[in-house]
Design a protein around this ligand. Structure first.
Ligand code: AMP
Length: 255
């Protein structure tokens, strides 16, 4: 089995380096996943990252990694960001863009990337476009996952995450073998603070206001690929591969 890229440079930023790099590609995949919270982007990102051999770069994971570091090492700006996250609000563009700027090497990685949860505002999308233009690259596609609101709420309320390795389960649709225990590392599963009903409400409002306009932004650039997010993770993954194949067949050979 191929070793999984460990994303240290993305999660820690600064001078941190990855122990395991994705294999450099002649034409690396550079993808963005778009969709409301709970639509299943994280699961699809994991499946896609494994299939395509690219790194799954989630800005939410940067904040969750920072939350696990000791209080003394956490800056004031990061404490504010973690408060926003707890409430279900967006972290400021300024903070997010400075974190991404610190990790710009990941956007230059010869193995490509799969961005999940970034960009989330038009200002962030503009900033990303500038970075990519400066490095003479661009996005291959923006995969946009669509799901009705009631299904999203059901997914978020049943989602459980491993406190140690961050693997994601769902009490009904993707249960762990032993309830409450992670299949991958045996640690305890818990509900994310921002998956609680009061935070979910805020996150959905924020999504409609700030992130939904990105679909038009990328549609106008001919990059948007819409994917129905109903069904099992495997069914959605099948649709994702098909959609990707249709939009850039020559780039995706071989899978
Ligand atoms: P996620 O795991 O992508 O759902 O992100 C969890 C939380 O992290 C979000 O609800 C926001 O509080 C924060 N966050 C992650 N990415 C961004 C971003 N690109 N812009 C603003 N806030 C973000």
């Amino acid at each position: 089995m191929k070793p999984k890229p460990n994303r240290t440079a993305w999660l820690k930023g600064g001078n941190a380096c990855c122990d395991t790099h994705p294999k450099a590609q002649a034409r690396p995949h550079r993808l963005v996943l778009l969709g409301a919270p709970g639509v299943g982007k994280g699961t699809q990102a994991e499946l896609l990252a494994e299939r395509l051999g690219v790194c799954h770069l989630s800005t939410g994971d940067i904040f969750r990694a920072a939350k696990r570091t000791s209080g003394a090492e956490t800056t004031e700006a990061m404490k504010c960001a973690l408060d926003c996250m707890r409430r279900g609000d967006l972290v400021t563009d300024e903070m997010v863009l400075s974190l991404v700027a610190e990790r710009v090497g990941c956007l230059r990685c010869g193995g490509g990337f799969l961005l999940d949860g970034f960009p989330r505002t038009v200002a962030q999308a503009d900033a990303l476009a500038k970075v990519l233009t400066a490095q003479q690259s661009g996005l291959e596609a923006v995969l946009s996952y669509d799901l009705p609101l009631e299904s999203i709420i059901a997914r978020l309320s049943g989602r459980r995450t491993c406190l140690k390795c961050q693997a994601v389960f769902h009490v009904e649709t993707r249960p762990s073998k032993t309830p409450g225990i992670c299949d991958q590392c045996g640690s305890v599963l818990a509900q994310r603070e921002d998956d609680r009903p009061e935070s979910v409400h805020v996150r959905m409002q924020v999504y409609e206001r700030s992130t939904a306009p990105l679909a038009d932004f990328y549609r106008e650039q001919g990059l948007l690929v819409s994917i129905a997010a109903q069904g099992t993770p495997e069914e959605i993954f099948g649709r994702t591969l098909e959609a990707l194949f249709n939009c850039s067949a020559e780039l995706l050979v071989p899978f």
